[in-house]
Write a protein that binds this ligand. Structure first.
Ligand SMILES: Nc1ncnc2c1ncn2[C@@H]1O[C@H](COP(=O)(O)OP(=O)(O)O)[C@@H](O)[C@H]1O
Ligand SMILES: [Mg+2]
Length: 244
């Protein structure tokens, strides 16, 4: 019954916002998000890519939620869009809006990422904007599961950890207190030592790339500068861990 209502409301929202891929939806006072399979349809390859990304995301969300409720709850699934429950605010906004639960949010995000990794699962690109915090339920949800990159021969969980730290530095904040919380949380879960050792190994195996990023840092490109900052942060963290 409720699904029919959500479906009708979703189809209306899509009709009114034909170009938007992700849009919020309110039904009976509850907020949801619609995510659509969109492609321009002109280029067959682009169309296939969008289709693959859509199916990857739906599959990963379901696979993760079977084990741990860390992905959004899908309430309606169709061939070209799905509707999920709203899961709070992205981690990025929590800092910008000086949310009083920010430190706890980052700590719990670290615990959640590490728990996912301990089960042998990964997100693909856990950027701050795609990690949601529900301050009322004290709950972390990872959004946007469509990314599945295999550029490097590295454990996907190791790349997750690196990309999470990289995404923090991309914000350009002058403090690492929230990242420190996230890493404290990450390290509460068994197996995190192995992940940290592996991320250092990953950096050491790709010294050329990391060296190029450092040399190019003077241009000030935020993505590149953040690679070196993430590397420095990880090296210091691991050094401090082994000293204590
Ligand atoms: N279930 C949700 N709950 C809360 N916010 C959401 C939800 N789904 C999407 N959003 C918001 O919409 C943004 C875009 O959604 P996302 O799935 O990341 O799409 P895109 O692939 O376009 O980045 C997210 O970064 C988040 O701010
Ligand atoms: Mg996103």
């Amino acid at each position: 019954m409720i699904n029919t209502q959500i479906e009708t409301a979703a189809r209306l929202a899509i009709r009114d916002n034909p170009k938007k891929r992700v849009l919020p939806l309110s039904v009976e006072g509850k907020t949801y998000y619609i995510k659509r399979l969109i492609s321009n349809g002109r280029n067959k390859l682009v169309k296939q890519g969008a289709h693959a990304a859509y199916l990857t995301e739906v599959y990963k969300i379901m696979e993760v939620n079977e084990r741990l409720p860390l992905a959004p709850h899908i309430v309606l699934l169709t061939d070209d869009f799905f509707v999920m429950e709203a899961c709070g605010k992205p981690l990025q906004r929590i800092v910008k809006e000086h949310d009083s639960t920010a430190e706890e949010a980052y700590y719990q995000a670290g615990v959640a990422l590490s728990s996912l990794h301990q089960l042998g699962l990964h997100h693909g690109r856990p950027a701050l904007r795609d990690i949601s915090w529900d301050a009322e339920k004290h709950r972390i949800t990872f959004l946007d599961w469509e990314s599945e990159k295999t550029f490097f021969h590295v454990d996907a969980r190791t790349l997750d950890l690196f990309l999470f730290i990289h995404s923090y530095f991309r914000e350009g904040w002058d403090t690492t207190v929230y990242l420190d919380q996230a890493m404290a949380g990450y390290q509460t879960v068994a197996g995190s030592d192995e992940r940290l050792a592996d991320v250092l190994h990953f950096i050491d195996q790709h010294t050329l790339i990391f060296h190029i990023c450092r040399s190019a840092s003077s241009f000030g490109w935020i993505d590149v500068v953040s690679v070196s900052k993430a590397e420095d942060y990880l090296r210091t963290l691991i050094k401090n861990n082994s000293a204590s």
